[in-house]
Write a protein that binds this ligand. Structure first.
Ligand code: ATP
Ligand code: MG
Length: 265
């Protein structure tokens, strides 16, 4: 079982869209997935149409008031469970900050799940600030996946999240930034192409070959409580997230690049 933090301190870059759709595509491929919504805004929760969230968020488990496993809800999709978010979660920033072991509360409350490993991947959708929830996610995760919007200053934001991951290694030495996913890429604009090329130059090993296009359908899907695979399975965006899930699995299995290129042909 691998715990994946989908993180970037910048807001609106596609963290939730990537968490939800990567989770849904991996589940559709038969992987057992748990999505954990760590953002009090609850966007990942509502994007999957989950509404029964009362006292089911990470709030109780993070404060030691309930068990993490008791808050896992099966979604209406096969292989896809969720620990939803609710507004209580906003209180964590203040209430957990007071506790001594505030950095490792999530890691500790998830320890029994890690041991039993009923999932292939646990995906943590992080909020956009460098607060308690995000640092807890990085302290609990094995790998970090960074969605990066193809726009000016993307690289500056990237350096920042890399630095944060470095700092977290004092409590989580094995944490690795596993990949960068370019989101909202508009191939008709030079800017998008330049940013993707620049990230490729600086981080050739980290950047995913699959890029997520800017897509109106992706923006619409959450308001229907559906991942793109259900909302518009024949869209380019559904194709892109399916490809991303495939690349994610191949990377995890460490299939060499050459084999991967052959597989694409
Ligand atoms: P936050 O920091 O607030 O949690 P986020 O990083 O999770 O934001 P999302 O919520 O995934 O970002 O995306 C921000 C907005 O952009 C949403 O309205 C979402 O529907 C839209 N969006 C995300 N990806 C795409 C895309 N590839 N094409 C078009 N719209 C997108
Ligand atoms: Mg989000």
């Amino acid at each position: 079982m691998k715990i994946v933090a989908v993180a970037n301190q910048k807001g609106g870059v596609g963290k939730t869209t990537t968490s939800v759709n990567l989770a849904a595509c991996l589940a559709a491929m038969g992987r057992k997935i748990l999505l954990v919504d760590l953002d009090p805004q609850g966007n990942a929760t509502s994007a999957l149409g989950v509404t029964e969230t009362e006292e089911k968020s990470c709030y109780g488990p993070l404060l030691g008031a309930s068990k993490f496993a008791d808050n896992i809800i099966q979604t209406r999709f096969d292989n896809l469970s969720i620990v939803p978010a609710d507004l209580d979660l906003a209180g964590v920033e203040i209430e957990v900050a007071r506790l001594d072991d505030h950095l490792v509360r999530l890691r500790d409350t998830m320890a029994p799940i890690r041991k039993k490993a009923p999932f292939d991947y646990v995906i943590l959708d992080c909020p956009p600030s460098l607060g308690i929830l995000m640092t807890n996610a990085l302290a609990a995760a094995d790998i970090v996946l960074v969605p990066l919007q193809a726009e000016y200053f993307a690289l500056e934001g990237l350096t920042r999240i890399m630095d944060v991951a470095d700092q977290l290694r004092s409590v989580n030495p094995k944490l690795t930034v596993e990949g960068i996913v370019m989101t909202m890429v508009d191939n008709r604009t030079n800017l998008s192409q330049q940013v993707v090329a620049e990230v490729k130059t600086h981080f050739p090993q980290l950047i995913y070959k699959t890029v997520i296009p800017r897509s109106i359908r992706l923006g619409e899907a959450p308001s229907f409580g559906k991942p793109i695979l259900e909302y518009d399975p024949s869209s380019l965006a559904a194709f892109a997230y399916t490809a991303l899930a495939g690349e994610f699995i191949r990377r995890d299995a460490k299939v060499p690049e050459v084999a991967e290129e052959k597989a694409e042909k």
